[in-house]
Design a protein around this ligand. Structure first.
Ligand code: PAN
Ligand code: ZN
Length: 193
């Protein structure tokens, strides 16, 4: 009993509160901010030439992630706001790189707050799944599923993502093998291929 109390004391964190600026759809005081531009996305889109044109034209931001990170020990939760801008590379909708979790069995919950999109998922065994991301939808990404969000709308796709702090990011085979589906906008229609 005394050992358990001692262990808890060693890991004890102080409770804290963070805020989301609901207008800007950003965390007010993130610990860390990740910015990915078109030039960070080489190798991910089908039309590599169209991506280079976009980079030459000013290298726009594809997405930003505003993170609240806690110690990467079992039991803690980390979370972030993911803000994925609208746009196309050729005809392919802007998307995140996508990743497995380093601790492969860890799940993640995405609560869509703004915009419209698709969560595209795959497993190493070849399973594929898509879920609709629209305000109020909570997409549960189980362990072992690589996940990529795709903006199919005309405004930023904003989600609150909550995951075990130990999860980590494993970009593993994503850059070399990608995902088995791509999402295009053709004549204003969303097409999955
Ligand atoms: C999210 C993602 C975020 C950016 O926080 O990391 O949306 O996507 P990439 O990491 O694939 O570039 C998450 O799923 N964390 O686990
Ligand atoms: Zn994740």
């Amino acid at each position: 009993m005394s050992t358990q109390v001692g262990k808890v004391a060693a890991e004890l964190m102080a409770p804290f509160t963070t805020g989301i600026d609901l207008e800007r759809a950003e965390l007010v005081t993130p610990c860390h901010r990740v910015v990915r531009r078109a030039s960070d996305m080489r190798g991910h889109y089908a039309d590599a030439e169209a991506l280079e044109v976009l980079i030459a034209k000013g290298d726009p931001v594809h997405y930003e992630v505003f993170e609240i990170l806690t110690p990467e020990t079992r039991g803690n939760l980390s979370y972030c706001i993911s803000k994925l801008y609208p746009g196309v590379v050729g005809e392919e909708c802007f998307m995140t790189k996508g990743h497995y979790h380093t601790v492969a069995q860890t799940a993640e919950l995405y609560l869509a707050l703004r915009g419209e999109g698709i969560m595209l998922m795959k497993t190493a065994e070849g399973k594929v799944d898509t879920q609709k991301m629209v305000r109020g939808n909570m997409v549960y990404v189980p362990g072992y599923w690589a996940h990529r969000s795709i903006n199919t709308g005309t405004e930023p796709l904003v989600s609150l993502c909550i995951y075990p702090a130990e999860a980590g990011h494993n970009y593993g085979d994503i850059e070399t093998q990608g995902f088995p589906r791509r999402i295009y906008k053709r004549d204003g229609q969303i097409v999955m291929a």
